[in-house]
Design a protein. Structure first.
Length: 297
């Protein structure tokens, strides 16, 4: 009974050690410093999202709108240059923020502080994803508006254009040839020539938007891969821990069975010993009665 109690007490003690192993002891000050730095980085990234990324996306939308509605060629060139510069700057910013968030996610773990880090990083990434998704929506919206503007301009040159010809111009696979042919057949050469130039400019803008959307899609893919890798690693840790716990339970059960078996064997030995003693007593009584009778005879 004492061995069984000791075994169970040891198991409880081990569980406490496992739990307490995740709680800072003498390194509490160091962990506090780590968490302070972690929270500072969380705040810095969140501030960059709100004060830089979100306003930049808003500004990109405004510049898209201005270039679409501009009738002044000089203003159009200026807005286009500003738009290109801002898009490049925003692309660099999103990549920097992605890497910083990934670094924060890598600081997570399966212990108590690691879980806190993972939750904070997940909330930050959610805010980042929302801002980037809004950026995607802005680019997709203006890509569609650019394409609609290109189609209208092409129909100025060729009102009876077929859907295939329109698509060729939008995709620019054979757009130049289609436009050149249409220009030769139109009587509104000056207006048609201006429409052709605008379509070329709009197509360059659509290509830039396509490039941006591809980069944003890759950004999401990179972040998803990191999450999957981290989840897989944590799942492996949890699986190993669960298997270790099961093995420990089995071992304790075997010990318990051994204790019960030993107790049963000890009891059987005492029973056998008692039976032998009783038999010996009976034999002694019989001998004590029979021997005097034999002497009398």
């Amino acid at each position: 009974m004492d061995r069984l109690a000791a075994s169970r007490a040891q198991r409880a003690g081990n569980a406490d050690q496992i739990e307490l192993g995740n709680i800072p002891g003498n390194g509490a000050a160091q962990n506090g410093e780590d968490m302070s730095g972690f929270y500072n980085e969380i705040g810095s990234v969140r501030d960059a999202i709100r004060s830089q990324l979100v306003p930049s996306v808003q500004r990109i939308g405004d510049l898209h709108s201005r270039t679409l509605n501009s009738t002044d060629e000089a203003a159009l060139k200026r807005d286009t240059a500003n738009l290109d510069a801002l898009v490049t700057e925003t692309s660099s910013l999103t990549n920097q923020l992605k890497k910083r968030i990934q670094d924060l996610e890598r600081q997570g773990g399966s212990d108590g502080l690691g879980l806190v880090r993972r939750q904070q990083a997940a909330a930050l990434k959610s805010e980042f994803r929302e801002a980037v998704e809004n950026y995607q929506r802005v680019e997709q919206q203006y890509r569609q508006r650019y394409r609609e503007r290109m189609e209208r301009q092409f129909r100025i040159v060729k009102p009876d254009a077929t859907p295939e010809e329109v698509q060729a111009v939008l995709e620019d696979g054979q757009g130049g040839q289609v436009f050149a042919q249409a220009l030769r057949n139109t009587t509104r050469y000056g207006e048609s020539r201006a429409a052709y130039r605008e379509v070329q400019e709009r197509h360059e803008e659509v290509q830039r938007i396509e490039k941006t959307l591809t980069e944003l899609a890759q950004l999401f893919n990179d972040m998803s891969i990191l999450v999957e890798e981290q989840d897989e690693g944590i799942n492996v840790i949890n699986t190993n821990a669960a298997e270790a716990n099961r093995d420990t339970e089995k071992a304790v059960q075997q010990v318990d069975k051994a204790v019960v078996s030993a107790r049963r064997a000890r009891r059987m030995r005492w029973i056998c010993f008692g039976i032998i003693v009783v038999i010996l007593i009976i034999i002694a009584i019989i001998l004590a009665i029979e021997i005097p009778k034999n002497k009398s005879n």
